[in-house]
Design a protein around this ligand. Structure first.
Ligand code: KIV
Length: 276
């Protein structure tokens, strides 16, 4: 991480800043990036968190899922993004099958941290509690990821909204609490009913970052290519193309940040409902 302050009025973001933002009710803005140029542009626009997502398997490499992405791919892209950003918090995905046990997870997380990540993200519920604890005890901050977990698309039977029944919602709330207790300091919630996004956010004290999880999460994340309308095919319901109404990519990033901060994005049209 570069500690050079490009703009001294905006500090290098840390997990403490994100926790303070949650406490004072300021929404945390997050976007994915995979290279130095886009990372620099969104950093200058004022993004709080940059996620080097394994969504790069889809949007960069052209796969139909994230499962082909390797730790070497992630290290390459995290290094590039780390060189481009100055202020944003840098979060990196652990790719498919790179955290099958606590020791494997630590070895692979260490590679991402050495490349410049400030925190690593893992997809999964309570079965990861020991892995999260092991990482945190060894100095690796952890973001958990619940709801739709793209790495499990083959076991989930497709990209489906999760947590719609009262039973599934209860399990997700418990998973969030168990992962927080294990030491997770951030939680991404993907494609769940807005009511569940709100309940999970209220049930834990760490910030939640939603993508299709409603307006009541502590912050929001979008895949950069979706925000720019740059990914062919039908966009998921939670996506908004911010470039369609902007004159430049930087303006699109700024509009996304402003709409999230003001609570205007996501709107009802981007949200999912629970089973009646
Ligand atoms: O890989 C990714 O981009 C993600 C986001 C969808 C949250 O995990």
């Amino acid at each position: 991480m570069s500690y050079l302050q490009e703009n001294p009025s905006r500090p290098v973001m840390t997990i403490s800043h994100l926790q303070e933002m949650r406490s004072r009710g300021e929404k945390i803005t997050t976007l994915t990036a995979y290279d130095a140029s886009f990372a620099a542009l969104m950093d200058r626009a004022g993004i709080d968190v940059i996620l080097v997502g394994d969504s790069l398997g889809n949007v960069i490499q052209g796969h139909t899922s994230t499962t082909p992405v390797t730790i070497a791919d992630m290290v390459y892209h995290v290094s590039a993004v780390a060189r481009g950003r100055h202020h944003a918090f840098l979060l990196a995905d652990m790719p498919f099958a790179s955290y099958g046990n606590p020791d494997q997870a630590l070895e692979n997380a260490a590679a991402l941290m050495r490349a410049g990540a400030q925190m690593v993200k893992l997809e999964g519920g309570r079965h990861l509690a020991n892995t999260v604890k092991h990482l945190v005890e060894h100095g690796v901050p952890v973001c958990a990821h619940l709801g739709l977990m793209p790495q499990s698309v083959h076991t989930m039977g497709g990209f489906k909204v999760q947590g719609k029944s009262p039973e599934a919602a209860q399990l997700a709330i418990e998973d969030a609490q168990i992962l927080e207790k294990a030491g997770a300091q951030l939680l991404v919630l993907e494609a769940i009913p807005s009511t569940l996004g709100q309940k999970i956010t209220q049930a834990i004290s760490i910030p939640t970052i939603g993508i299709g999880a409603g307006p009541d999460c502590s912050g929001q994340v979008l895949v950069m290519h979706d925000l720019l309308g740059a990914f062919p095919g039908r966009a998921p319901k939670f996506v908004k193309n911010f470039l369609a109404t902007s004159n430049s990519i930087e303006e699109a990033f700024k509009t996304y940040i402003a709409e999230v901060k003001k609570g205007q994005f996501p709107g009802p049209e981007h949200c999912f409902k629970a089973d009646a």
